[in-house]
Design a binder for this molecule. Structure first.
Ligand code: FAD
Length: 503
């Protein structure tokens, strides 16, 4: 039987997406005849941002066999237990979207249902105090989950990382090169296509290196060298939902110990991120250019840093949305080449990870079965839509109307799906997870509640439980979480003891 297995996979781009792809594929292709080459251009460089992540990255690193302490040390990383949203609902208000669950479910009904019932009965109680991750953030504590005591509150610790994006790419490069990925330095200047199929066949660099391949992974960043500039795939513009289209980014000196969470502070025409690393703090202001000039955004950012800037502010332009096809012919786009949504919930690196997982499911051979490609595209699109809706949720319920930008946000029309999810929560007090949605019940609960949406009802089956008993159980769960958060070590001490960066 003729083998149709791929001979040569060429990855274009050596940013986070490119090296994530190289590390994953080299792990997978070990022992096969398929060769993997990554071509990148130091002259073009990488986007240089993308420092906050969400918990599934732990599974990604695990899959690659990465030692977590070594990874934290080498990327100057800190641990992340959630995102604090400051001034989003209204000025002076803040809440934390934590990773991990609230409270503990009992009698087969989710915890939050009891909390809703109790609060509708008049108990004045902070939902967020039932999250161990929130309580740990408030106390600046961190430890990894305990594995040997599944019944302990400490078993439910859920975390991600805040790291230096360029160091993460370097870290993955070492991993991929050790597994046989060949790196070619150079700027691609010519892309050849097959005259009949339109498939990409050969890339030529400015150093005259010729790279013939049968499958190309386009990780070339916003430009989408193969997916757009060559194949003209087209772009779906989502700026009517998410109007921010610029960011100005600048790192600054760190002041004090790094906190175990990312902060997103709403500003005049967008929001500012603050990502604490071991050696510095990453900052940026994401804004909409219809409402704010670049100079004013830069000034606002520079006047809201907690340490001295250590580089020049860099302006980045983007259009929220995605390629009409993520996979077109023999080109798969990943990372910024595939699409972009603002980093409010740190989802971009995760979308690279899930796309790679999906690629493994629909892995092609030289025949490029169209049903596989279509399935990949449909599933990826659905995932992007879920992320988009979750981001829009942060903008829809704000009370803010103090600037033209926030008044504009009030007229954004949520998708039918998002409207349904909001109505379901408000009407029945219930949240249902959707397959393929990155964000589970606890995340939707945190942001729905944090943004001011209040439910009018709860699960009918808890009606029979006396309210006194519910209040008693809530109080006891609250105490357990308090004690668990007290028990955890300080975030900085945990780093010092286990994974302090050398510089
Ligand atoms: C403002 C902002 C903030 C962000 N914050 C977060 C965050 O907190 N969390 C998160 O998950 N994500 C975040 N992201 C997204 C994240 O930065 C990207 O998803 C991630 O860095 C992947 O980028 P990339 O590898 O696709 O592109 P890039 O980093 O732009 O890399 C592109 C690569 O392609 C190469 N290249 C391009 N053209 C050529 C050519 N002609 N020849 C050879 N090589 C070429 C370049 O040299 C480079 O190596 C953010 C993005 C932005 C814009």
């Amino acid at each position: 039987m003729t083998s149709h297995a791929l001979d040569h996979i060429v990855i274009v781009g050596g940013g986070t997406a490119g090296w994530m792809a190289a590390a994953t594929l080299s792990n997978l292709m070990q022992g096969t005849k398929t060769k993997i080459t990554l071509v990148e251009s130091e002259e073009i460089g990488t986007v240089g941002v993308g420092e906050a992540t969400i918990p599934p990255i732990i599974a990604f690193n695990d899959m690659l066999g990465i030692d977590e302490d070594e990874f934290v040390r080498e990327t100057n990383a800190t641990f992340k237990l959630g995102i604090e949203f400051v001034d989003w609902f209204e000025k002076g208000h803040s809440y934390i979207h934590p990773f991990g669950d609230f409270g503990a479910d009992f009698d087969a009904i989710p915890f939050y249902q009891y909390w809703v019932r109790s609060s509708l009965a008049g108990r004045d109680d902070d939902l967020f105090s039932y999250s161990l991750m929130v309580e740990a953030c408030r106390r600046q504590k961190f430890m990894r989950p305990v594995k040997d005591r599944p019944d302990s509150a400490l078993a439910g610790i859920n975390y991600a990382f805040q790291f230096d994006a360029s160091l993460y790419a370097k870290f993955l490069r070492k991993h991929a090169e050790a597994r046989g990925v060949e790196r070619v330095e150079g700027k691609i200047v010519t892309v050849d296509q097959d005259a009949d199929t339109g498939h990409v066949t050969t890339l030529t660099t400015d150093k005259a290196a010729e790279l013939k391949g049968d499958f190309f992974v386009d990780c070339s960043g916003f430009r989408g060298l193969l997916i757009e500039q060559t194949l003209e795939t087209g772009y779906e513009d989502w700026s009517s939902w998410l109007p921010c289209n610029r960011a100005v980014a600048v790192p600054c000196e760190k002041v004090g110990d790094p906190i175990p969470y990312t902060r997103a502070t709403a500003r005049e025409a967008g929001w500012q991120w603050r990502i604490p690393l071991q050696h510095r703090t990453g900052n940026g202001y994401v804004y909409c250019s219809d409402f704010l000039e670049d100079e004013a955004a830069t000034e606002t950012l520079l006047s809201n840093l907690d340490g001295a800037p250590i580089a020049d502010p860099k302006i980045l332009r983007f259009l929220t949305g995605h390629r009409k096809k993520f996979w077109n012919k023999n080109v798969l786009a990943l990372g910024l080449a595939a699409g972009f949504m603002e980093p409010l919930e740190s989802t971009s690196i995760h979308l690279v990870q899930t796309s790679l997982a999906r690629l493994l499911t629909h892995f092609p051979d030289k025949r490029f079965d169209q049903t596989d490609i279509d399935a990949f595209n449909a599933r990826t699109l659905r995932e992007y839509q879920f992320v988009r809706d979750f981001l829009v949720l942060h903008y829809t319920a704000t009370k803010r109307d103090d600037t033209p930008f926030w008044r504009h946000c009030k007229i954004i029309e949520p998708s039918a799906d998002l409207k349904r999810r909001i109505a379901q929560w408000e009407g029945t007090g219930r949240i249902f997870e959707e397959p393929n949605d990155i964000f589970g019940t606890a995340s939707w609960l945190a942001v729905l509640y944090g943004q001011g949406y209040r439910p009018q009802s709860y699960h009918p089956l808890i009606e029979k439980m006396p309210i006194k008993r519910i209040d008693g159980v809530l109080a006891s769960i609250g105490k357990t979480i308090d004690a668990a958060a007290d028990f955890m070590p300080a975030h900085q001490s945990f780093i010092d003891k286990n994974c302090k960066a050398v510089s």
